[in-house]
Design a binder for this molecule. Structure first.
Ligand code: HEC
Length: 107
């Protein structure tokens, strides 16, 4: 029984990292990488900065990507970010979650 639990826990870890990887694909396919770099601020804040602002708040990050909450990282530049939400809003839930996991993996 203990062995089974260990195997299941291992599978969950693998599934978790596969999800973050999938999130990277969603990130690239939707042109997010053009304005967001992993660690340096460019046109948009770095993924690290976003991950720190949303640490432990995955649900809020998903809500932001659905256009349901207000920006909190750099609101003065939000006019550049808000049109991007037209792309993320229509993504299926599992893609949005994978995208959020990918962003949050940068803290
Ligand atoms: C044209 C440039 C540009 C593109 C493309 C872009 N962003 Fe942004 N993004 C910004 C800027 C500028 C900000 C800072 C304003 C803000 O905080 O909303 C930002 C902020 C954010 C934030 C922080 C929101 C907050 O609470 O402040 C998230 C999350 C984010 N972007 C995700 C994405 C994702 C996912 C994509 C791809 C679908 C994307 N961005 C594409 C420019 C861009």
């Amino acid at each position: 029984m203990r062995k089974l639990v260990a195997v299941l826990a291992g599978a969950a870890v693998i599934a978790g990292s596969a999800l973050a990887e999938n999130g990277q694909a969603v990130f690239q396919q939707n042109g997010c990488a053009g304005c967001h770099q992993p660690t340096v601020d460019t046109v948009g804040p770095s993924l690290k900065k976003i991950a720190q602002a949303y640490a432990g708040k995955k649900d809020e990050l998903v809500a932001f990507l659905k256009g349901a909450t207000k920006p909190m990282v750099d609101p003065a530049k939000a006019p550049m970010m808000m049109p991007q939400l037209n792309r993320t809003k229509s993504l299926p839930k599992e893609k949005l979650e994978a995208l959020a996991d990918y962003i949050l993996s940068h803290k």
